[in-house]
Design a protein around this ligand. Structure first.
Ligand code: KIV
Ligand code: NA
Length: 277
C-alpha cells in the first residue's frame, strides 16, 4: 500500500472509495492497524476515556496527545496520522494555537491535526493550513463541549440545526480543511452534507453515506467494560479474551503449573557440580 496523504483521501472521495479510520494510542496497535490497511489512524482525545478512565475527554492534555502520537507514529508505515487538539487548545491566541498544533507534528510526528468546532474556527483552520498543518474538522457531537451540549446526544435532528451543520461544514471546507468528522448525526443529514462537500466526511454514528467511517479502537475491539454507544460494532471481544487469559495465569501461578519446563532454564550437570562444591 502506498503512503496515504491528505490528497489520497480527496482522490478516494472522487473515486467513490470509502475511507477506513480508527483510533490508535500506542505502537503495537498502530502497527497492526496499519498492516491491516487502515487509511487513517487518529490519536483521539477519546484516550481520556478508554485509556485513562475519565468520564469525558476534557482532562486530556496536549502532552498526553504528543506522548501517544509518538508511539503511534513509530508503528505506522502507510497510514495518515491525525492527532486531536485537546480541550481549549484551539481557543487561545493565534500564535499559541499554531505552536500547540506544531508540537503535535514536530514532537509527535503527526501528519495532521483534528479540531472540534464549526464556522467559529474557520480563521483558525486557515491559519493552520497556511502554516503547513493539514486540518481535519469535527462537527455534530463534539465531545469536548459535552457540558455545553448537555450530554452525548445526536445532533442535527431539527431543520435549523441540520442547516447550521451544513454551514459549519462548508465554512471548514472553504477555510481549507481536508476532511470532516461527523459524529452522531442522523444518516440523512450526514448524506446531505457529504453530497454538498468536495472534501470527504468521516462518520461515527452518522450512517453509511459518509465518505469514510471512524471507530474508537477499544469499542471496535470489544476492549471495554464501560458504556458502549449504539453506533458501535464490536469486531472482536478482547475484554473476554484478556479476562480468560488473566484468570488462567493466576490459576497456573497458584497451582505451580506455570512456569513449566518450556519456560525454564536449568544449569548443566557440570555447572551444578561447581555450584555445590
Ligand atoms: O477522540 C476520538 O476518538 C474522536 C473520534 C471519535 C472521531 O474524536
Ligand atoms: Na476526539
Amino acid at each position: 500500500m502506498a503512503n496515504i496523504t491528505v490528497k489520497t483521501l480527496l482522490k478516494m472521495k472522487e473515486r467513490g472509495e470509502r475511507i477506513a479510520m480508527m483510533t490508535a494510542y500506542d505502537y503495537p496497535t498502530a502497527k497492526l492497524l496499519d498492516e491491516a490497511g487502515l487509511h487513517v489512524l487518529l490519536i483521539g482525545d477519546s484516550l481520556g476515556m478508554v485509556v485513562q478512565g475519565n468520564t469525558t475527554t476534557i482532562p486530556v492534555t496536549l502532552d498526553d496527545i504528543v506522548y501517544h502520537t509518538r508511539m503511534v507514529r513509530r508503528g505506522a508505515e502507510h497510514a495518515l496520522i491525525v492527532s486531536d487538539m485537546p480541550f481549549l487548545t484551539t481557543h487561545g491566541l493565534p500564535e499559541d494555537v499554531l505552536q500547540k498544533a506544531g508540537r503535535l507534528m514536530q514532537e509527535g510526528g503527526a501528519h495532521a491535526v483534528k479540531i472540534e468546532g464549526g464556522k467559529e474556527l474557520a480563521s483558525v483552520v486557515s491559519r493552520l493550513v497556511t502554516a503547513g498543518i493539514p486540518v481535519m474538522g469535527h462537527i455534530g457531537l463534539t465531545p469536548q463541549s459535552v457540558h455545553a451540549l448537555g450530554g452525548f446526544s445526536v445532533q442535527g435532528r431539527t431543520v435549523a440545526s441540520a442547516k447550521r451543520m451544513l454551514e459549519d461544514a462548508a465554512a471548514l471546507e472553504e477555510a481549507g480543511a481536508f476532511a470532516i468528522v461527523l459524529e452522531m448525526v442522523p444518516a440523512e443529514v450526514a448524506q446531505w452534507i457529504s453530497s454538498k462537500l468536495r472534501i470527504p466526511t468521516i462518520g461515527i454514528g452518522a450512517g453509511s453515506f459518509c465518505d469514510g467511517q471512524v471507530l474508537v479502537f477499544h469499542d471496535a475491539m470489544g476492549f471495554t467494560s464501560g458504556y458502549i454507544p449504539k453506533h458501535n460494532k464490536a469486531y472482536a471481544n478482547l475484554a473476554d479474551t484478556i479476562a480468560v487469559a488473566a484468570r488462567d495465569y493466576v490459576r497456573e501461578v497458584a497451582n505451580g503449573s506455570f512456569p513449566g519446563e518450556a519456560q525454564t532454564v536449568h544449569l548443566k550437570p557440570e555447572e551444578l557440580d561447581k555450584l555445590f562444591n
